[in-house]
Design a protein. Sequence first.
Length: 463
Amino acid sequence: MIDIKKCFFTMAILLGVGQLMAQDQDTAAQTPPVPKTGQVVDKIIAKVDNYIILESDLQKAYLESISQQQEGFDAPTRCDVFESLLINKMMVAKAEIDSVVVSDAEVMLQTDQRFSMIMQQFGGDENTLAEVYGKTADQLKAELETPIREQLIIDKMQKKITAGLTVSPAEVRRFYNKIPKDSLPFFSAEVTVGQIVKKPEVNREEKDRVVNFLKGLKEKILNGEEDFGPLAKKYSEDPGSGAQGGELGFFRRGELAPEYEATALALKPGEISDPVESMFGFHMIQLLERRGNTFNTKHILIRPRPTDNDIAKAERYLDSLRTKIVNDSIAFSKAAKEYSDDRNTSDNGGFFSDQNTGANRLTLRNLDDPVLYFTLDTMKVGSITKPMRYQNEREEDRVRILYYKEKFPAHRANLNDDYEKLKTATRRQKEENLLNKWFISAKDDVYIDIDPAYDRCDVLKER
């Protein structure tokens, strides 16, 4: 009988959840170093060559798996999680044997970005950080490097092991047909919702005000009246870097806004740019250092604010577009792709999608925006709202129209309604099978020692 629980076991666990700091919306959730809370009793529960798994590692990963379990399916057991952690360590140990490595530059880049996220939680205050964790910022940053390097190696090894894996419709059907009918998961009601967003065009006078303000700050720095860092802490509207004196950390080419990157890379170390506009606002940039294909900068970000008249123009624009959609002059998805200013949804025809499956269906509880949730409650299926003002996650003024396309009642899983979910589960089963086969063939190449308390998990047993 197929093990449904393990097939839907999130791949985040296989990628070492619980060892690293949380990232952005397209990677697995991860955690910062544990704050200082007194003496913690811990022990080694497994060794793979020179790599160890601690009881605390398992506990963190298990709790993470519980929080991320897919609706309708049981969460993995502690033995499931233990096996996944063991495979992680196997991949790291085997990578050493197979000469699979990651560069110091990759590790440095990820470490800087993860550490910046931790610092955001403390408003950039290193003293508060040190008080909570009982270590200096430099010590904490150094502690991140080893798990981050392991994570990157695991990612590389997993891609190597599962390279070329595909899932056909026939495989999805076979997967579904093997599930006992009384074991089919029950899904909550779901909706398909789209949006077209218009970013108000800020008037020239407001833009000029921001540019002149930044030029004034630059002049003070060049005259020795002020330092860049304190000014960034005081004025920058980038919530991440502003608290750290404007420093972003190292990024690769292509990872920042094109206008920002082009300006930064045209500077000499220590040089400060004139204000440059990107989709985020106006930046004044200082290049700190270049290392190969990466670079580190400071910046001060100021966002020009649209006036009521600017927002009203955006409303009129969307109202006109809405009329065309209602009159069937243009399809909603085509209009979203061509005219929406929200990059997260425009490429998907304007529709919100499930991050795990990519399907355009979401449970109401997965709608993070409470305004969106309550707006849908007042709408009829098939309707499109009038233009509505709102603020995005960066608290920037925007206007949007919402399209309530479909509603799916709560139901047992079936191929017609839940194909994307079942396809994702099928792929995960195939990935798990590949990893298990690899594990069996590779385990003789490394030394493995498991605490007797976990013998019951039978992780070394061939299946």
